[in-house]
Design a binder for this molecule. Structure first.
Ligand SMILES: [Zn+2]
Length: 291
């Protein structure tokens, strides 16, 4: 299962934070699909919604179940423990153990951005040195260097959502700080900001500001690692246009043009199911040794 599947419409008052899940066969075809809206749930409530969704999907399984794969926001260790997911109010949630005990099958849990990067590597056309930015309830990045996912010493590589973009900003963040990237870029906050925009120009301004915030966080990463490609994953109707343009312009302005001028920024073509496909790839890799 994955999170943050979004309807293909312009941003509006409808919730952007849904938990989507699906049953897939070995060929990657979706057999059944279901989702639950988070509606601001955190802690045990959010966990109950995740468990309920898995249970509902589990009832629709008609063939032997190979395993359950989950892409979740937050920092996840190799044992499938969500060490921290501020947006869901989760800390040290033993998600893999909880679900494998309850459903009596192998479970693999990974950060959603890392699952997304894995999907891009397995099914997409990503370059060997790619930064994949996942915009959903939270904002995270999956990093591939030489085709290898980079997890970091505490499994928190790519946790860019709580990098402070503007120390003088009073925009409060779920992590307790103000002015974090997520306060401009998470789907919840973009939805809030867009709901206050009256005209197309105001909407474009909201998305441009979010893109500039993203670009300012990505520029030093691009400069430090000489990344050749940035892939944005999330609701296309939000990401494409002013947001992606502003992010790219900000990176070009802030990083050394001669060295990083040919960097490509594109939207993932794998669509709303990208985390689902990454989670499927994780299960196939773990259970069948298929990369
Ligand atoms: Zn924060």
């Amino acid at each position: 299962m994955q999170r943050a599947r979004l309807p293909d419409r312009r941003p509006g008052p409808e919730p952007l934070d849904a938990l989507p899940g699906a049953v897939l066969d070995l060929g990657g075809t979706v057999v059944a699909r279901q989702q639950v809206e988070i509606e601001g749930s955190t802690g045990a409530d959010a966990l109950a919604k995740v468990t309920g969704l898995v249970e509902a999907l589990h009832r629709q399984v008609t063939a032997p179940l190979l395993g359950i794969g989950i892409g979740t926001p937050g920092i996840v260790d190799l044992g499938g423990v969500v060490l921290s997911a501020p947006n869901l109010g989760w800390q040290d949630i033993h998600l893999q153990a909880l679900l494998s005990e309850r459903f009596a099958c192998p479970v693999v849990v990974s950060n959603d951005a890392n699952a997304t990067a894995l999907a891009e590597r397995s099914y997409g056309e990503s370059a060997a040195d790619t930064l994949l930015v996942r915009v959903g309830v939270g904002v995270g990045a999956g990093l591939l260097l030489g085709g290898t996912p980079i997890l970091g010493s505490r499994f928190a590589a790519g946790e860019i959502g709580h990098v402070v973009v503007d120390a003088g900003s009073e925009r409060p963040c779920v992590c307790g700080k103000t002015g974090c990237l997520e306060t401009w870029l998470s789907t919840r906050r973009i939805q809030e900001d867009l709901s206050g925009a009256r005209t197309d120009a105001e909407r474009a301004r909201v998305l441009t500001v979010a893109g500039e915030a993203l670009g300012s966080v990505l520029a030093p990463i691009v400069a430090a690692l000489n990344i050749s490609e940035i892939v944005l994953s999330g609701p296309h109707r939000v990401l494409e246009g002013p947001l992606a343009t502003a992010a790219m312009e900000t990176i070009r302005r802030r990083a050394l043009t001669e060295v990083h001028g040919d960097i490509v920024l594109r939207l993932s073509e794998l669509g709303d199911d990208i985390v689902l496909r990454g989670a499927t790839a994780m299960v196939m890799s773990q259970q069948l040794g298929i990369a």
